[in-house]
Design a binder for this molecule. Structure first.
Ligand SMILES: Cc1cc2nc3c(=O)[nH]c(=O)nc-3n(C[C@H](O)[C@H](O)[C@H](O)COP(=O)(O)O)c2cc1C
Length: 372
C-alpha cells in the first residue's frame, strides 16, 4: 500500500535522473503494474517555477498514480514544494531523495549526506508530511544505508521518518561511499524491516523477476524498487509481474531481437514526442542503445551507427538490418548493467561528521537545476 493505493505487483520503478521521464515511464508501464517514479526534481527549482523543471514533471494523461521525487535540504522550501504540488494538483505521490551520492550534492550536505544530521532530516520529513497531509498525498522517503560503514544512519532515519508519518521507506542497501559498486546489502533491508512498522521497500541489484522474489524472501520487505535492471529492458516490468503473480516457477520474459527492435523504435518515438522534436528525442535515445543491444551479436559497425542516430527514419532503417529472430542473450541475465562505478570517499562539508545535532540548513546544497 502507498497511502490508500494498493500497489500490485509491489514494484516501483526507481527514480533515475535523465532516464525516468514520461517516455520511459510509459514504455515501462505498458509492460506491467507498479509505481513509476519521475526524474528527481529540486524543491527550489519547483517553487521558483523554473520552466525546465515544470517541463520535467509532465505526466501522461493516463498516468493514474503520478509519482514525483523531490530533492531538498531546507524544511521550509521542501514543505513549500509539497504544498505547491498539492495545491496545483501536480502529483499523487511525493518521494524525498536522501540517497544521492554525487559529490557536488554530498559536498554541500545534501542527498545521502543529510540523514547524518538527524534533526535536520527529521524536520524536513516532518514538514513535508504535514504539507502533504491536507491533500491526501502519501509522502515517502528513499535513502541509503549511511555515509560509510562507520556512519550508518538507515535504522535511525527510518524510525525518524516513521515517527514523522511517512507512508513507506525505501532503502538502497549501499552506503554513499559504495556509490554503485559491490553488492547491495540485503541483510540491511531485513534489519530495517524488523525495525519499522511502516512498509519497507528494498532496493539494490534486482536484475530479474527472480531477484525480486529472492529479495522479498530474504528480507521480508513489502515491495521492491528497481533501477538499473530495466535500462534497455523495459520488459523487466512484465518479468517482475510474472514473477510476483506466478511465483518462483514463472517463465522469464526473453524477447527476441525483433521484439527488442520494436520496443527501441517505440522508445525513440515516445522521446521525440516528449522532448518536442526529432533532434532532441533522438539525441536522448542514443544513451539507451547500448543497453538495449547488450549481448546481442550484431557487430561493432551497426552498434556504432545505431548509437549515433539523428532521425527516426535512420533508426528504423538500421533496426531493419538486425536479425529479428536472434534469441535473447541469456548470458546477460542476472548481470549488473548501467552504473557500476568504484567506491569513493564521500565529500562532505567541513566538520559535517562532528556536528550531528546541528539542524541548520546547509548552504548552497540546493542545486538550481534538477537532475543528479
Ligand atoms: C542513471 C541513474 C540515475 C539515478 N537518479 C536517481 C535519482 O534521481 N533519485 C534517486 O533517489 N536515485 C537515483 N538513482 C538511484 C536509483 O534510484 C537506485 O536507487 C539505484 O540505482 C540502485 O538500484 P538498482 O540496483 O536497482 O539500480 C539513480 C541511478 C542511476 C543509475
Amino acid at each position: 500500500m502507498l497511502g490508500d493505493r494498493a500497489v500490485n505487483p509491489p514494484v516501483v520503478l526507481a527514480p533515475m535522473a535523465g532516464i525516468t521521464n514520461v517516455a520511459f515511464r510509459r514504455l515501462c508501464r505498458e509492460q506491467g503494474g507498479g509505481v513509476y517514479v519521475c526524474e528527481m526534481i529540486t524543491t527550489r527549482a519547483l517553487v521558483e517555477r523554473i520552466p525546465k523543471t515544470l517541463k520535467m514533471i509532465a505526466f501522461a494523461e493516463d498516468e493514474d498514480f503520478r509519482s514525483l521525487q523531490l530533492y531538498g535540504v531546507d524544511p521550509d522550501v521542501t514543505a513549500a514544494a509539497v504544498r505547491m504540488i498539492g495545491e496545483d494538483g501536480l502529483a499523487d505521490h511525493v518521494d524525498l531523495n536522501f540517497g544521492c551520492p554525487v559529490p557536488k550534492v554530498t559536498r554541500r550536505g545534501g542527498g545521502s549526506a543529510l540523514p547524518w544530521r538527524h534533526k535536520l532530516f527529521g524536520r524536513i520529513v516532518k514538514q513535508a508530511v504535514e504539507a502533504a497531509r491536507p491533500y491526501g498525498i502519501p509522502l515517502t522517503i528513499k535513502m541509503r544505508k549511511g555515509i560509510d560503514d562507520d556512519h550508518l544512519t538507515y535504522v535511525e532515519a527510518g524510525l525518524i521518518a516513521q515517527e514523522a508519518g511517512v507512508a513507506s521507506v525505501a532503502l538502497h542497501a549501499r552506503t554513499a561511499e559504495q556509490r554503485y559498486s559491490g553488492k547491495a546489502d540485503w541483510d540491511a533491508i531485513a534489519t530495517l524491516k524488523q525495525a519499522l512498522d511502516v512498509p519497507v521497500l528494498g532496493n539494490g541489484d534486482i536484475w530479474e523477476g527472480s531477484d525480486a522474489l529472492r529479495m522479498v524472501e530474504h528480507t521480508g520487505c513489502d515491495g521492491v524498487v528497481v533501477g538499473r535492471g530495466c535500462l534497455g529492458r523495459p520488459w523487466l516490468f512484465a518479468d517482475l509481474e510474472a514473477a510476483f503473480t506466478q511465483g518462483a516457477d514463472y517463465k522469464p520474459v526473453l524477447p527476441v531481437l525483433g521484439e527488442v527492435a520494436k520496443i527501441m523504435s517505440r522508445h525513440a518515438e515516445l522521446l521525440v514526442d516528449a522532448l518536442g522534436d526529432e533532434k532532441h528525442g533522438c539525441a536522448d535515445f542514443r544513451k539507451h542503445v547500448a543497453w538495449y543491444l547488450k549481448g546481442f551479436p550484431i557487430g561493432g559497425e551497426l552498434r556504432r551507427r545505431l548509437a549515433m542516430i539523428s532521425s527516426l527514419a535512420e533508426l528504423d532503417d538500421l533496426l531493419g538490418k538486425l536479425d529479428p529472430g536472434e534469441p535473447f542473450p541469456v548470458g546477460e541475465l542476472g548481470q549488473p548493467r548501467g552504473r557500476v562505478n568504484a567506491p569513493g570517499k564521500v565529500s562532505l562539508p567541513y566538520g559535517w561528521l562532528d556536528s550531528r545535532d546541528d539542524d541548520s540548513v546547509p548552504e548552497g546544497a540546493e542545486m538550481e537545476n534538477s537532475g543528479g
